[in-house]
Write a protein that binds this ligand. Sequence first.
Ligand code: ZN
Length: 325
Amino acid sequence: MNAALAGLHHVTAIASDPQRNLDFYVGLLGLRLVKRTVNFDDPGTYHFYFGDARGTPGTILTFFPWPGARRGVRGAGQVAATAFAIPEGSVGFWLERCQAQRVRVERAPARFGEEMLRLADPDGLPLELVVTAAALSAVSPAVQPWAESTVPAAHALRGFHSVTLGPLGGGERTAALLTEIFGYQRVREEAGKRWRFAAAAAGKEGVGRLVDLLIAPEDSPGHVAAGSVHHVAFRVADEAQQRAWRERLLGLGYHVSPVMDRTYFRSIYFREPGGVLFELATDAPGFTVDEAPEELGTHLRLPPAMERERAQIEQILPAITLPRA
Ligand code: ZN
């Protein structure tokens, strides 16, 4: 029997211009760039990891910025929105901040009683900022806002609130995967529109514990490119659990990748029945495996096997500047 999954680990999306991507997530949203590396499958491209001060699992949004990448097409079989938690009393701050920087933002109707804002990143990636009660705000030790952020700690994003999936063909099969296999519980429902699931193993205050499914049958399948989420990763405690998960998923008929060494975690990938690429990622070793906590994100880090090509890689990668507070 596998231990239930403990919520979201990270979300990976596709961007176009790397500097514009940094300016938005560090300069506007105030996240920390916790790792500046390359796409291990395409080392001429950056891989940026944004998160809290330490890159805590459940706070990490990562990007492959491909300069000139075309925009994706929104539709079924995709992540419809990625939501960050914000503290109570921060809606006004975020509305004003986005408007001052000419980023389109709108106050959306409360969902399940939670106030929220809707915006998109420069590539059109749909984002939500959801006011999350005290559990996830200043008192939670799970998320540590970055002291050098461009955003005051009182208003800092507190990791993922949820992702909303828009599965192909309605949500039934994805829902079954979440509840019967992943150990999630169905906790809320918006009749005929949306189901909400919570990772019981994440605990009530756990960061990134929610997954929403849009259950209204979607029109046509989307196409993943710039402005789309590429995959959603869930947390497994360690490599032994990951191996057990791999065996179990293979036994259920899923096509599961071999274990991949992503330097900061180990990963397996498979496609869920609604069409979204899922990953199970280990908490360890984390982002301080090759950089001191105070240095996170300041230098280009490469896996040991790519160090020999560092000069070449650095020449290909576009120059970037980290926004400062
Ligand atoms: Zn990933």
